[in-house]
Every structure is written in structure tokens, then in C-alpha cells.
Design a protein around this ligand. Structure first.
Ligand code: WT7
Length: 588
């Protein structure tokens, strides 16, 4: 191996002496009397006692057209009542509280109230069907679930029919207008909260105390619960300031749902820590509506996703020109590759260069992006943010994986390899819930392996190449083929299923399933439609396959793993690549 190509596994003496996150830590208050660091204090309470008390923290746009403004003081009061109520129900530090809510003020009050009690908050995407919800409640050992009566009736009721179902789930709290319907384990949240005081003293919170649990999809096995701690707020604040250039008093809009990590780190947390006004839109995507929000709300900083940008592109530049977008200072994107075409469109329609940002559920905050006024070529991600050391795993002459970092040698520039990040940043995930071996396997020699393939140019800028595994990326969300396959196999007509993402110009990838039917079961069109409906009911529209194709057999490795790569190649009519591990030759 050529010397100089690897980095020393021990830190260079003195190199870690300066804490790169120090200047951000100094912007945070910490709990009174040195009692630690709590996200809810930094995001909500500290603003509520100062000059920002009457500033609008949340401007919530409801689907019915109404607008609700919530000040920092009001959010502090309501979340304190939530904290008292949860304690009264027996919730204690470390217990898991799940949210299944739309993008409404309650989401913020409940999340921050729970963080005050040092419970762990897990936000679920409201478009999930009952099955992904059940799996996550169970894996996460949810003690309390907060939802709406409508979502309860549609998705939760069927899960709680049996008295012994989800035994850990003691309470379901319902947000909304009380009605007379009987719902097992449920009670109404608002009348409960009104009984409690609006002041709450947050208990000692070590920065390493778990705060958020986020499920993310792996190719095999169950969803992984990535656990984040209160110290993550240091990373949220640093990157919101540096990359999103977000400042106190700015109007800010993050279009991501809090059910995904973007909607948590940069929706529930970062804008409030900065002291901005966050626009919260309850409705689903609609191009005219979105432009109207940008214009009418005078959004200065907008954090969105390539899927949304592509949809706006489809609606045409003329629509954009009908709106006054002059308040817009910065547009950023995350979740999928941002095509150069989308960047060019942003320049002509929004008169802004859309800033790409790269990160993952596991990293908790933005890792690689453009910042500091340096132009980033269209198609590149940018550089690691200060405090993050990134490397590309390339193979040496003997084919061994080695890291390149620091100075990029000319012959290494442009070589693709897996992106690795040196561990130790504040918002790094601290565990995969109940799966220590899986967590350990994500690290090698103190480096976190991201599962993404990138390359780095001579200037040290990173370019995204692709994902290293089979996880499907649809509308900016990760979908596990395993989860979809498992559900399809629950249908009596299905013996086996292989699920892939089929490239789609609008939403990145659409979920497609290859299904093998039980012997004797005819693969008819009626069955196909039945399966599509079955999957949609159980998984929800966001996760269910849009297309199902019957096959006689699935390509598998000798160890029995479905070769989704091959299914994909066949589906697209591509070369099949290396099939040496294929178990038997099968016809597509
Ligand atoms: C995966 C992480 C962190 C919020 C997004 C969802 C892909 C993310 C980019 C980008 C190309 C990107 C990666 C990554 N990804 N940002 N700027 N360009 N791909 O988080 O659901 O954990 O997904 O999203 O493949 O590994 P997530």
C-alpha cells in the first residue's frame, strides 16, 4: 500500500485540542444552574423569557385556509403543560413517546413537551399505513402515542382490537375536538393539558441523553431505530447558521414532514433554536399553493427537496413568474441528487442557486454542502462542514479498501468510493435501538460508513455517485424493500416477493414489486389489482408498490438473498453485471 494514502488511525496529537463546535456551543444557553443541555430549553423556553417572547415561533397554515400564529411564549407554556401531563401519566426519562400527527402546532408543543421530560420522541409519518406504524410502535416500545381521532380510527383502531396487542402502549392521546366515540386506551389531550401549570422546570439533562428516535430503512431485516441525543442541537444550530444562513427573526419554511429527519432537525428544532419564525404548512404539495406561501409569507430561507423542485419545474416557469419571490434569500435541498437541470431551473424561475446539502438520518445534521460564499459547480455537493472530516474509501493496488482524506492526490481525485465520516460530531446517532451489533458494524476504525458512493475532485469537493445498497428512495423518503416484501408475503396468494425502485423522473424512484404466486394460484389481473389494494391499505400510499409484476421465480444469491440489483437491471433492460453469486439461472 502506498504510504500517504491512508490516514493514521490514532488522531494526530493536538489535532483534536480545538473543539470545532465550540463557537456554536457558546451560542446556546444550557439549562440554568449548569443542569446540562436540553433541546426544548434551547429551542423554546429561553426565547420565551426574553425579547423574543412575543415573536411568532410558528405560523401554521391549515388545509382549511386558516392561519394560526403561535408565539415563543405560548409554545413554552403549552409544551410545559404537555410535560406535566406526561409526567402525570407516568412517563419518565428514557420512555418513548410517539407522534402520529399532521404538520400542526400540536406536533411542536407535544414534541418539545416530551423533550422537557427527557422522554424520547419518535415522529411517525402520518401517511404510513397501519403495518409500518405497528412495527415501529413495537420496536420502539412506545408507551404513549399522540395522534388525531381521524388517524386513530383509520390506522390505530385495528392495531388495538386485541386487548393484548402492543402491551407497552399504555396511553393514546387525541388532539382535536372531543366526540363521544369509544376508543380503547385513548383520552383527549387538550382538556387534559388545561389542568396543568404553564411553567415547568426541566430536570438535569446530560447532553448525551437520548432525545429523538428515527426509524430508517435497511435492505434486510427490520427498520433500524437511529437514536439521537440532546447534544445534537449543537449540530442543528451550527449548520442552520452556516449552510442555511438562518438568522433570528427570519421567516423560514422547511417543507419536510417531521416524520422524517429533515422535518425534525430542521423543522421542529433548528429554526426555533435560531429564534426564527417557522412556516408550517399542513397541506400536501401543490405548485400554485407553494409559490403563494413563498410570496405571501415572505419566506427568506426555504429548505426543500429535489422531488418538490422537479414538480415545480413541471408546472413551468410562467407560474413562478406570477409571484413576488423577492423575499427569498436562500433555497436549499436535501434527500436525493439535485440534478444540474434543477439548479438551472432554480436560477431562471426563482432567481436563486439552489444549494444542495447531503446528510442522513444517522448523521442528524448536514454534513456536506456549499457554504461561506464559495460557488459549488452544478451537480456537486460541496465540502464537509467545519468539524466534519470526510473521506472516500477507495481500493489500493491490491484491491484493499483504503481511505483518502486531507490532501487529495491527483491520481485519487475523481475515484469513486464509499463516503466515510470520522466519528464524534454532536448530532451523530448514538445507537440503533436494541441492535448494538448493527451499530458497531456501521463503523470501521472510528469512521462511520455511510453506504453512499461519492467521489472527490482535486479541490476537495464531493460529488454524489449513488447508493451502495438496495434501499429505495421515493419522494425523498427511504423505503425498505424488505418491509414491502414482507407485507406482500402476508397475502395468501403470494409465496415470494422482490421489491425494487424503478427510476422515475418526478419522485426519484417508484416502488415496484415482483411477485411469485403460490402453486395453483393463477397470476391474473384481478389478483394483481387485489394485491395493489392490499398493499396500499396496509402500508399506506407512500410505501406501497405502484406496480406489481408476476414472475415464476426470483433471482437469489447462493446464501438466499434476493438479488434486487438483478431485478432492477432486468426491469430496465440493462446489462446484468456480475452474476457470479447467482444461485440458479432464471428467466426474468
Ligand atoms: C440518504 C439518506 C437527511 C435527510 C434526507 C433523508 C440520500 C441525501 C442527498 C443529496 C444525493 C442524497 C443519500 C443518503 N441523500 N441527501 N444531497 N444528494 N443523495 O435522510 O432518509 O436517512 O436518507 O439520502 O443516499 O444516504 P435519509
Amino acid at each position: 500500500m502506498t504510504p500517504g494514502r491512508t490516514i493514521p488511525s490514532q488522531p494526530v496529537p493536538g489535532s483534536r485540542a480545538v473543539d470545532p463546535w465550540r463557537s456554536t456551543r457558546d451560542l446556546l444557553d444550557g439549562l440554568p444552574d449548569g443542569a446540562g443541555l436540553n433541546i426544548a430549553h434551547e429551542a423554546v423556553d429561553r426565547h420565551a423569557t426574553g425579547a423574543a417572547a412575543d415573536r411568532t415561533a410558528l405560523r401554521c397554515l391549515a388545509t382549511d385556509g386558516s392561519v394560526t400564529e403561535v408565539t415563543y411564549a405560548a409554545l413554552a407554556h403549552r409544551s410545559s403543560q404537555v410535560a406535566h401531563a406526561l409526567e402525570d401519566l407516568g412517563l419518565t426519562a428514557g420512555d418513548r413517546l410517539f407522534l402520529l400527527l399532521g404538520r400542526t402546532p400540536a406536533q411542536y408543543a407535544v414534541a418539545h413537551g416530551a423533550l422537557k421530560t427527557r422522554a424520547v420522541v419518535c415522529t411517525l409519518f402520518a401517511a404510513f399505513g397501519p403495518e409500518p406504524i405497528r412495527a415501529r410502535l413495537e420496536l420502539g416500545g412506545a408507551r404513549v402515542l399522540v395522534t388525531t381521532p381521524t388517524l386513530y380510527d383509520r390506522k390505530i383502531a385495528s392495531l388495538l382490537e386485541a386487548d393484548d396487542a402492543l402491551p407497552q402502549l399504555e396511553h393514546v392521546l387525541l388532539v382535536g375536538q372531543p366526540d363521544d366515540r369509544q376508543r380503547p386506551r385513548a383520552q383527549w389531550l387538550d382538556p387534559l393539558l388545561d389542568r396543568f401549570p404553564q411553567q415547568y422546570r426541566i430536570g438535569p439533562t446530560d447532553p448525551d441523553t437520548p432525545a429523538f428516535l428515527h426509524f430508517t430503512s435497511g435492505t434486510t431485516g427490520r427498520p433500524k431505530g437511529a437514536l439521537h441525543v440532546h447534544e445534537a442541537v449543537v449540530g442543528h444550530l451550527a449548520t442552520a447558521r452556516l449552510v442555511l444562513e438562518l438568522r433570528e427573526g427570519d421567516v423560514y419554511w422547511c417543507t419536510a414532514d417531521p416524520g422524517w429527519v429533515t422535518g425534525t432537525s430542521y423543522g421542529l428544532v433548528a429554526p426555533l433554536v435560531v429564534g426564527a419564525t417557522a412556516v408550517v404548512d399542513e397541506a400536501e404539495f401543490d405548485s400554485a399553493r407553494w409559490y403563494r406561501i413563498l410570496a405571501e409569507q415572505k419566506v427568506a430561507v426555504w429548505y426543500t427537496a429535489p422531488t418538490a423542485v422537479r414538480r415545480l419545474m413541471r408546472a413551468g416557469v410562467a407560474l413562478a413568474q406570477k409571484f413576488d419571490l423577492s423575499s427569498l434569500r436562500l433555497v436549499a435541498s436535501v434527500g436525493e441528487p439535485l440534478n444540474p437541470e434543477a439548479i438551472r431551473w432554480g436560477e431562471s424561475a426563482l432567481h436563486r442557486t439552489i444549494r444542495d446539502t447531503w446528510w442522513q438520518t444517522e448523521t442528524g445534521c448536514i454534513m456536506i454542502a456549499g457554504y461561506g460564499g464559495e460557488p459549488v459547480p452544478a451537480g456537486a455537493l460541496g465540502r464537509p462542514v467545519p468539524g466534519i472530516t470526510a473521506a472516500v474509501m477507495v481500493s489500493d493496488e491490491e484491491g484493499r479498501a483504503v481511505r483518502t482524506d486531507g490532501h487529495v492526490r491527483e491520481e485519487d481525485a475523481g475515484r469513486p468510493g464509499e463516503l466515510a465520516l470520522r466519528r464524534g460530531w454532536p448530532s451523530m446517532f448514538r445507537a440503533y435501538l436494541d441492535q448494538p451489533e448493527r451499530y458497531d458494524a456501521a463503523f470501521v476504525d472510528g469512521w462511520y460508513l455511510t453506504g453512499d458512493v461519492v467521489r472527490r475532485d482535486q479541490h476537495g469537493r464531493f460529488w454524489f455517485v449513488g447508493r451502495a445498497d438496495d434501499v429505495i428512495k421515493s419522494s425523498g423518503h427511504l423505503i425498505s424493500p424488505f418491509e414491502v416484501e414482507s407485507l406482500l408475503m402476508e397475502h395468501p396468494a403470494v409465496v415470494e416477493a422482490g421489491v425494487i425502485g424503478r427510476p422515475d423522473p418526478l419522485i426519484g424512484e417508484v416502488v415496484k414489486a415482483f411477485v411469485v404466486t403460490q402453486t395453483g394460484v393463477e397470476p391474473t389481473e384481478t389478483l394483481r389489482l387485489d394485491l395493489l389494494g392490499f398493499a396500499r391499505r396496509r402500508l399506506g400510499a407512500a410505501v406501497a408498490p405502484k406496480d406489481i409484476e408476476f414472475v415464476e421465480d426470483l433471482p437469489k444469491t447462493r446464501s438466499g438473498k434476493i438479488m434486487r440489483r438483478l431485478l432492477r437491471a432486468r426491469d430496465l433492460g440493462l446489462v446484468e453485471g456480475d452474476t457470479s453469486t447467482l444461485e440458479t439461472a432464471v428467466s426474468p
